[in-house]
Design a protein around this ligand. Sequence first.
Ligand code: UTP
Length: 295
Amino acid sequence: MTGRVRIAVFPVAGLGTRFLPATKAMPKEMLPVVDRPLIQYAVDEAREAGIEHFVFVTGRNKGVIEDHFDQQYELERTLEERGKTDALAELHKDLPMAGRTSFTRQQEPLGLGHAVWCAREIVRGEPFALLLPDMIMKATPGCLSQMMTAYDELGGNIIAVEQIDPKDSASYGIVDRGQGPDNGFEIVGMVEKPQPADAPSNFIISGRYILQPEIFDILSGQSTGAGGEIQLTDAMLTLMARQKFHGVKFNGKTFDCGSKIGFLTANVAYALDRPDIAEGFMKEIRELAATAGHN
Ligand code: UTP
């Protein structure tokens, strides 16, 4: 029925229109939070959760993501010559093992569901994790690790959820909560971007999933939904008629780095966590906040 989760899929083929012009020639997933690109946070989280193979669904202008996960021979030689051993060690630590990455193309950004479907030949018949790299989940242990704990017990399909202010429901996919505790309750329905009065709960689908491979068959036959895109939520709803879905309210905080406020806030949160810069950065922020709106 359900097996071990070895593979993670990272859809990185979107246009990132909310970050134009920064994303005109540079992938949104390479925007840095402090000094690490968004995609690196997602890969680190997956690795911590025991993922062994990393599948990237890329598109035009995304070649730099592939380069990021490759060795940069000249750079590394220069770092070595200059004795910058810490920086060199850091680069090596971030690299997935040789042969453990795959890159496939989504030629047209036809939606998240379509991007996931593009990974079907690589994932084949296995359950897989899906991480949206523009969502950073700040959590210890990582969000996917927390989901894996639930998966080991419950199997099936798992979605990380988070509670929001109900008045914001029209910006999110919302789950309908059934029986069970916060760390593994049954999901009995899902609605994309409902008005607050129509929202079945205030638990949002927050960008991390463990899915069974039957989702690919459903996506194969699926037509476009909201926004003319192939919607993952529609496919999950179809799968829900046949398989169990559970929500895991993970311990931690999500930063939606696809939005400007989320991205900027993530930079502040991660910078304040860094012993090398926290103090100086806090001082600058305090000064800025004290004078904000006065100029
Ligand atoms: P988003 O909807 O947040 O990304 O998709 P976007 O479409 O690039 O952003 P905006 O709305 O235009 O600013 C979440 C993730 O899914 C990927 C994106 O790259 C992002 O990492 N995605 C989205 C795809 O790979 N293909 C798609 O067709 C859509």
